[in-house]
Design a protein around this ligand. Structure first.
Ligand code: AMP
Length: 399
């Protein structure tokens, strides 16, 4: 078999997602998830040709064990010899990494240094590198950063209006996330709109459990809604998004909240879940609104959609022209309800939906759902793994 495959790894502290991608045939050969790592319930699920294989992991139930099992499976399927490299998703590249990078000892050290900016994510991503280096010692490994695409933001967009020293001494600034997703859908949108990527002007809305919106000018990110951390911006599944920073002081000083409690409140108990007191899942809330007229689900979705529309509209300040709006992510790709509620507030941008197309464009479909006289409004399923594989290949070609 002559195909050249790239194994894409997205490692969290207790999970490891992976995809095996063949770039030449544009085909995802298999995907998988090791979850509950670090506990006796650890298990590995591999999906190939629509069939799922589930196995429990024996002790030590850790990332290395999961990778060993994946390697055994790849050997059984005679796929291991075709793998030419591994591409790892990294959440935070700070200002150091604005492009994908071949992983070596210095890079690992630098990423460790950057961990203060992403204490929950970068160390977990590094566990993935450690585990895969043990299993694939001879293969090159490449780091692809979520923040990299947004490194083109100008100072006016990335600086907070706080003492400048906090930026120069401690790197406190807006970085933005979901970069591989915004990049992927912007490139696809340029193709659909028949424009060069380097000349396309878009607003891309990645709406999933985490949500971020980006302004893209001439194929480069010039603003995005997430900031120093993925908590800033629009409301999300369980994250608050923007709030008055004075609220934190109030909660601390008047209600006695600790840092840990604030973290729990803003990251885990807010957003759609906090407002609805029902669920962080958009589908569940839509059902509650449509079937039961549930008042809190109604208000949660109103706040969610209004904030998205407001952020999209604010990018008038970042762009000089606009070729179209793009929806992606689990909600953006599937929820015709949310798209309707957002776009009905965008008539000043001349964006209007064709409701039939909106309803029909779901579950993996892509296309322009705008009415004939409207500016284009595209739905494009994202594929972050594909970007990681492509960028891994590009790094190999350069080396
Ligand atoms: P993601 O984080 O991109 O996987 O997106 C997860 C979000 O997408 C959850 O809020 C889901 O409820 C939402 N979602 C997935 N499918 C649908 C659907 N058919 N209709 C509405 N929301 C959906």
């Amino acid at each position: 078999m002559n195909q050249q495959l790239i194994l894409v790894i997205n490692c969290g502290s207790s999970s490891l997602k992976f995809s095996l991608i063949c770039l030449s045939t544009k085909h995802t050969i298999l995907t998988g998830l090791a979850e509950c790592l670090g506990t006796p319930e650890a298990q590995l699920t591999i999906k190939k040709n629509g069939e799922k294989t589930k196995t429990g992991l024996v002790a030590p139930h850790n990332h290395r064990k999961a990778i060993e099992n994946i390697l055994t499976y790849l050997k059984e399927q005679q796929l291991d010899q075709s793998i030419i490299a591994l591409g790892h998703r990294f959440v935070h590249g700070g200002e150091v990494y604005s492009a994908p990078t071949l992983i070596n000892d210095q890079v690992i050290e630098k990423i460790e240094e950057l961990s203060s900016l992403a204490p929950l994510h970068n160390p977990a991503n590094l566990i993935g590198v450690d585990a895969t280096q043990a299993a694939f010692p001879k293969l090159p490994q490449v780091a692809v950063f979520d923040t990299a695409f947004h490194q083109t933001m100008p100072e006016q967009a990335f600086l907070y209006a706080i003492p400048y020293e906090l930026y120069t001494k401690h790197g406190i600034r807006r970085y933005g996330f979901h970069g591989t997703s915004h990049y992927f859908v912007a490139k696809e949108a340029a193709k659909i709109l028949d424009k060069k990527f380097s000349a396309v002007n878009l607003i891309t809305a990645h709406l999933g459990n985490g949500c971020s919106i980006s302004a893209i000018k001439d194929g480069r990110s010039v603003d995005t809604s997430m900031g120093l951390t993925p908590l800033e911006g629009v409301a999300m599944g369980t994250r608050s998004g923007d709030i008055d920073p004075g609220l934190l002081l109030h909660l601390q000083q008047e209600l006695g909240y600790t840092a840990e409690q604030l973290n729990q409140l803003l990251n885990k108990d807010s957003g759609l879940k906090g407002l609805s007191s029902l669920s962080n899942d958009c589908r569940a809330l839509e059902d509650a609104v449509l079937k039961d007229n549930h008042p809190q689900a109604t208000i949660a979705l109103s706040v969610f959609c209004y904030r998205i529309a407001k952020t999209i509209s604010s990018y008038i300040a970042a762009l000089e022209s606009l070729d179209g709006l793009v929806f992606t992510g689990g909600i953006g790709e599937n929820s015709s309800f949310v798209r309707t509620q957002v776009v009905k507030r965008l008539s000043l941008l001349n964006i209007h939906l064709d409701e039939e197309k909106n309803e029909a464009t779901r579950f993996g479909a892509s296309g322009n759902i705008a009415s004939p006289t409207s500016r284009p409004c595209l739905v494009i399923p994202t594929n972050e793994e594909w970007v990681i594989a492509e960028q891994t290949q590009q790094v190999l070609n350069k080396e």
